[in-house]
Design a protein around this ligand. Structure first.
Ligand code: BG6
Length: 469
């Protein structure tokens, strides 16, 4: 059998994309509450009614029903995030909000009721808004202390309920989306490289600190980093293109390299020198960075191409980072190119480089779904396209395992429909469970099982043996 017996099958969401209840039980505003159109338009000053995330899919109130459905599929793990602003509403508060803490107690208890292991992201694109406005997010070193207070609080509270932790979602995406990823309020086009890399340094120190504290407070916990993986292929065999790929890779590998090796790599020192970046480091930073992760987790949606030839830089649509389109690959409804072999490739690259267990914590197809009669008086979605996307990617995960890569688990993105991060739409659906809510705000919020629901249940039950090569 390809997949190890203890393989963690499951699905993933993030608090801000599903919970809703944006101002209930003492929650403060997060940056998402002022991002009504994701990264497509500038953020607003205050929450506006057209922001789908304010209600989300109402997971905050409906989680028992939702967890029960995930349990029916046989989930071994459920990845979600803690909304930082539920726990510390302003981010810089001295005391946590007890009602926020109680919510996650209830949620994690509900998971354990069904033997589902929570996998928790500490910061998933939902920095408290006050930290963005008052401090310019991670540009400011003070964020390290606020994050430390937050992680100590949640580690102490949930140490007996949560074993798997991720420090920052897609930490490398701050290169492209400084507001959403790093709570940096300075507009992207005015943000200097100096400030951007200083912010990155603060996040890397905070991540290593969380790993250190987590290990001290929870000796059995596994703490991982989380990167946005986007394998980059040369557009042509021209050596100039190959070097362009190497440079693009370095800027992404950098984040994993620091998390796994505990120090800045040589190629970044060169990059800093050539770009006149002088990081301000405190004397303890180098030592803190040596607290390396137990595993590396990543999202995978697509691969991209790179070239040194400026005239060929035709941008494809894409995840937060995007890239140059590959002429050999088809694309999703949103123009994200589909490359199942890319997941095998990236698993091998990461394993060869880091020799750390890997966890695929996001993968999936955002598509327009049509709700139809199921012939038994109910409703469903015949999402064969999603089944084939997931099947093909999982087959390649199996290949990577055969290649000798250590893979801990696989959680599909948006296992229940939720609000998209980049476009803030609900019509971009990823789930096995359909949620009746439209982008104009209409809908009953009822849940319906899609065809893929039964498919994934079988795949989990057979530990991957039901996959079609
Ligand atoms: C990742 C994020 O970038 O991709 C998720 O971690 C996000 O938060 C997912 O939802 C899919 O992107 P989108 O824009 O389709 O929601």
């Amino acid at each position: 059998m390809t997949f190890p017996k203890e393989f963690l099958w499951g699905g993933a969401v993030a608090a801000n994309q599903c919970e809703g209840a944006y101002n209930e039980d003492g929650k403060g505003l997060s940056i998402q509450d002022v991002m009504p159109h994701g990264i497509k338009t500038p953020h607003t000053d205050m929450p506006t009614e057209d922001n789908m995330k304010l209600i989300g899919i109402d997971f905050y109130h409906r989680y028992p029903e939702d967890i029960k459905l995930l349990a029916q599929m046989g989930f071994k793990t459920f990845r979600t995030s803690i909304a930082w602003s539920r726990i510390f509403p302003q981010g810089d508060d001295l005391e946590p909000n007890e009602k926020g803490l109680e919510f996650y107690d209830r949620l994690f208890d509900e998971c354990h009721k069904y033997g589902i292991e929570p996998l928790v992201t500490l910061s998933h694109y939902e920095t408290p808004l006050n930290l963005a406005k008052k401090y310019d997010g991670w540009v400011n070193r003070e964020l390290i202390a606020f994050y430390e207070r937050y992680v100590r609080t949640v580690f102490a509270r949930y140490k007996d309920k949560v074993k798997y932790w991720l420090t920052f979602n897609e930490i490398n995406s701050v290169l492209h989306e400084p507001f959403m990823s790093g709570g940096i309020d300075t507009p992207k086009d005015q943000l200097s490289k100096q400030d951007l890399y200083q912010a990155i340094h603060h996040e890397l120190v905070a991540s290593a600190l969380a790993t250190k504290i987590g290990h001290e407070m929870m000796p059995n916990a596994k703490i991982g980093c989380m990167v946005l993986s986007m394998p980059t292929y040369p557009l042509t065999p021209n050596p100039d293109d190959v070097i362009a790929v190497m440079k693009a890779d370095h800027l992404n590998y950098f984040f994993g390299d620091v998390h796994v090796r505990g120090a800045y790599p040589g190629y970044m020192k060169r990059y800093f020198k050539e770009n006149h970046i002088e990081l301000k480091m405190e004397k303890e930073d180098e030592q803190i960075l040596q607290n390396t992760v137990d595993f590396v987790s990543f999202s995978y949606y697509m691969s991209v191409c790179e070239t040194a030839d400026a005239t060929k830089k035709i941008k494809g649509e894409g995840n937060l980072m995007g890239g140059i389109a590959n002429p050999y690959l088809p694309a999703s409804d949103w123009g994200w190119q589909i490359d199942p072999q890319g997941i095998r490739y990236v698993l091998n690259m990461f394993w060869d480089r880091w020799q750390k267990p890997l966890f695929i914590v996001e993968n999936g197809l955002g598509a327009v779904d049509e709700l139809v009669d199921d012939g038994q008086g109910g409703k469903t979605v015949k999402d064969d396209y999603r089944i084939s996307y997931l099947n093909d990617h999982l087959v390649q995960v199996g290949e990577a395992i055969e290649d000798g890569v250590s893979v801990m688990g696989y959680t599909t993105w948006g296992c229940i429909d939720l609000v998209s991060a980049s476009t803030a739409e609900l019509k971009k659906r990823y789930g096995f469970i359909y949620v009746d809510r439209e982008d104009d705000g209409t809908g009953t919020l009822a849940r319906y099982k899609k065809k893929s629901f039964g498919w994934y249940k079988e795949i989990i039950a057979s530990n991957g043996d039901g996959l079609k090569k």
